[in-house]
Design a protein. Structure first.
Length: 240
């Protein structure tokens, strides 16, 4: 352990881990049925898959799925570039350390502590890379499910369960994609650790606040919630 690894650094790091883990658990597992964008989209994806199963021509559905796969591929490629840059920086770690020390607003740290901060960034982007590649694999599984979907007309007792299954598979893929994108946000918080542990804690808190606002209190959430409610009402009044 570096000699200058102060208790404030430990507190900031624990706050970071607890914030990221807690936000992920709450967002992905404990907020079922609550007013959140991701929860609304689970319902909308089910409606999407129901409409897909009612169509003879599913080119539009494959294009929409391909668009999200391209987004995932873009983030995975960008993640690899960032990871390569971080790993390459270890070849000039002493120069990078001197450069950071020369800044007037950074806390002076030993090279060992600076290396720990850089390794933390590498670990985060490595985690993000695994999330993005796992999301891509799950998208491929979704493609197989959509390709094997029965042609219309489907009996009502088969339509809903089939749509639920495909929508759940798509939701799992998107959850992995969201996990990778979340790593980008929290990597910015770790970057603030180079300036100091207090800013590290503030940046972690800011990331959580921003993500929570976008999920629960943004105009986008309101628009999606209204449309989800409209779709649910139309289904409840639809003759069986």
């Amino acid at each position: 352990m570096p000699y200058d690894f102060a208790w404030l650094d430990l507190v900031a790091f624990v706050w970071f881990i607890a914030g990221w883990t807690g936000f992920t658990i709450i967002q992905d597992h404990l907020m079922s049925g609550r007013r959140m964008v991701n929860q609304h989209l689970k319902v909308i994806r089910r409606h999407w898959m129901e409409r897909m199963l009612e169509r003879d021509n599913r080119i539009m559905d494959s294009q929409l799925l391909g668009h999200t796969m391209h987004s995932c591929t873009f983030f995975a490629s960008t993640n690899m570039l960032v990871l390569a840059g971080l790993v390459g920086s270890f070849g000039a770690i002493e120069h990078a350390h001197d450069l950071v020390l020369s800044l007037s607003f950074t806390v002076k740290t030993s090279r060992q502590l600076f290396e720990i901060k850089m390794v933390t960034l590498v670990a985060i982007f490595t985690f993000g890379f695994f999330k993005f590649t796992w999301a891509l694999r799950q998208y491929n599984y979704c493609c197989a499910l959509i390709g094997a979907a029965p042609l219309p007309p489907l009996p009502p007792e088969d339509l809903r369960p089939t749509a639920d299954t495909i929508a759940q598979a798509l939701t799992l893929a998107i959850a992995a994609l969201n996990g990778g994108m979340r790593a980008y946000y929290f990597a910015l918080a770790v970057l603030a650790w180079i300036v100091g542990p207090i800013l590290f804690m503030l940046a972690t808190t800011a990331v959580i606040v921003v993500l929570t606002r976008r999920q629960a209190f943004s105009p986008t959430e309101k628009v999606i919630r209204v449309q989800m409610a409209r779709l649910e009402r139309s289904q409840s009044t639809k003759p069986q």
